[in-house]
Design a binder for this molecule. Structure first.
Ligand code: XMP
Length: 328
C-alpha cells in the first residue's frame, strides 16, 4: 500500500496557476469524498498554511467547515481583523472568533523563562481551542495545515510538529490535511490561485508564540503594545521602501530594560527597541539585511516619536550563528 504521508516521486512541483488549479480541483473532490456532509473544525491562525486549508475547505464544503480563530493577544497589529475580514466578510466562512487575550496575559504575568513562556502559550492555545470544540455539535473531522516539511522533520525527529500527532483526546477527530504533501512555495501558489490576498499568501514567517518572544523578560501589556506598534511601523516603512517580500523576516524586539533619554526637554527613562531584518534560505544560517542609513533614521524617528515608552532604536547586525533569529 502506498504511504499517504509520502510525496510521490513523480509529483510535479506546483509552480504555475494552472497546476495550482488542477491541485485545487483534485483536492475539492477528495475532501468531498472524505467528509461527505459532516462537519470539519479548523484552527485558523491567519498563517499561510491554515488560510489555504480554510479556503480549500470553504470551496469544498462551505458552511460545514467551522473555523476557530484564537486571538492569544500576541498577534501583530491588524491580524485578527484581517482574518475576520477575509474569511468572514469576503469568503463567508463559518468563523468563530475568540479573544482570549486576558487568559494568556494573566497566565504569562511574571514569567521570564522563554521556554516556559512557549509552553504556557502552546498549552493554553490547545485548551482554548478544545473548549470551543466542546461547545460545538456534530464535528467529525479536524482540518490541519500540515505541510510536507512538517512531516519530514517529524520523521527525522527534528521537531515534534504540533500538526503531527500530540493532540488531546477531546480533539481526537479524523484528520483532513489537504496540503500535507506540499512544500511552502507550492502552498503559496495554491493560495494565490484561491484568491487569498498577497499580504496573507506572501507574509513573512511569524512564530506561534507571536510577539510573546519579542518581549524578552516578563510580558507586560504596555511593553507588548510597544512591540506591536513598533512592528507595525517597521512593516509599513519596509512596504513603502519596496523591501516587503524581499527581506525574509523583519521585526522589532523590546527587552525589559530602560535607558535614560530626553523627550520634550525632559528626562525620559524608557525602553529601547531593537530592529532585526534578516535573510536566509533554510533559517540554519542567517545574514543581516544592510538597511539604508536614511531609511533607518526615518524608522528610528517614527518609532521614538510615535511609540509610547520608547526613546532609542538599535539595529541588530548579528548573523546566525552566533545570534538566533528570535531573541528568545
Ligand atoms: P530561531 O530564533 O530559532 O528562528 O533562529 C528560526 C525561525 O523559526 C521561527 N521561530 C518559531 N516559530 N514557534 C514557531 O512557530 C516558535 O517557538 C519559534 N521560535 C522561532 C523564527 O521566527 C524564525 O523564522
Amino acid at each position: 500500500m502506498t504511504d499517504p504521508n509520502k510525496r510521490p516521486d513523480d509529483m510535479a512541483r506546483i509552480n504555475t496557476p494552472e497546476l495550482a488549479q488542477a491541485f485545487i480541483d483534485e483536492q475539492i473532490d477528495l475532501i468531498k469524498k472524505q467528509v461527505g456532509d459532516k462537519k470539519v473544525l479548523l484552527a485558523l491562525s491567519g498563517g499561510v498554511d491554515s488560510s489555504v486549508v480554510a479556503a480549500l475547505l470553504i470551496k469544498a464544503i462551505g458552511q460545514n467547515l467551522v473555523c476557530v480563530h484564537v486571538n492569544h493577544g500576541l498577534l501583530r497589529k491588524g491580524e485578527p481583523e484581517m482574518v475576520c475580514k477575509v474569511f468572514r466578510d469576503e469568503l463567508n466562512a463559518n468563523l468563530i472568533y475568540v479573544d482570549a487575550t486576558d487568559r494568556f496575559l494573566d497566565l504569562l504575568a511574571g514569567v521570564t523563562d522563554p521556554e516556559q513562556k512557549r509552553h504556557i502559550i502552546g498549552e493554553e492555545f490547545i485548551k482554548v481551542f478544545a473548549e470551543e470544540a466542546a461547545k460545538l455539535e456534530g464535528i467529525s473531522f479536524l482540518a490541519q495545515g500540515t505541510i510536507y516539511p512538517d512531516i519530514l522533520e517529524s520523521e527525522q525527529g527534528i521537531k515534534a510538529h504540533h500538526n503531527v500527532g500530540g493532540l488531546p483526546p477531546e480533539l481526537d477527530f479524523e484528520l483532513v490535511e489537504p496540503v500535507k504533501l506540499l512544500y511552502k512555495d507550492e502552498v503559496r501558489v495554491v493560495g494565490k490561485a484561491l484568491g487569498l490576498p498577497d499580504n496573507m499568501v506572501f507574509r513573512q514567517p511569524f512564530p506561534g508564540p507571536g510577539l510573546g518572544v519579542r518581549c524578552p523578560g516578563a510580558i507586560t501589556r504596555d511593553r507588548l503594545e510597544a512591540v506591536r506598534e513598533s512592528d507595525a511601523i517597521l512593516r509599513e516603512e519596509f512596504e513603502k521602501a519596496g523591501l516587503a517580500g524581499k527581506v525574509w523576516q523583519y521585526f522589532t524586539v523590546v527587552p525589559d530594560f530602560k535607558s535614560t533619554g530626553i523627550k520634550d526637554g525632559k528626562r525620559a527613562f524608557e525602553w529601547l527597541c531593537i530592529v532585526r531584518a534578516i535573510n536566509t534560505v533554510d533559517v540554519v544560517e542567517v545574514t543581516v539585511e544592510p538597511i539604508d542609513y536614511e531609511l533607518m533614521c526615518h524608522i528610528t524617528d517614527r518609532i521614538t516619536h510615535e511609540v509610547k515608552g520608547i526613546n532609542r532604536v538599535l539595529y541588530d547586525y548579528t548573523p546566525k550563528p552566533t545570534g538566533t533569529v528570535e531573541y528568545e
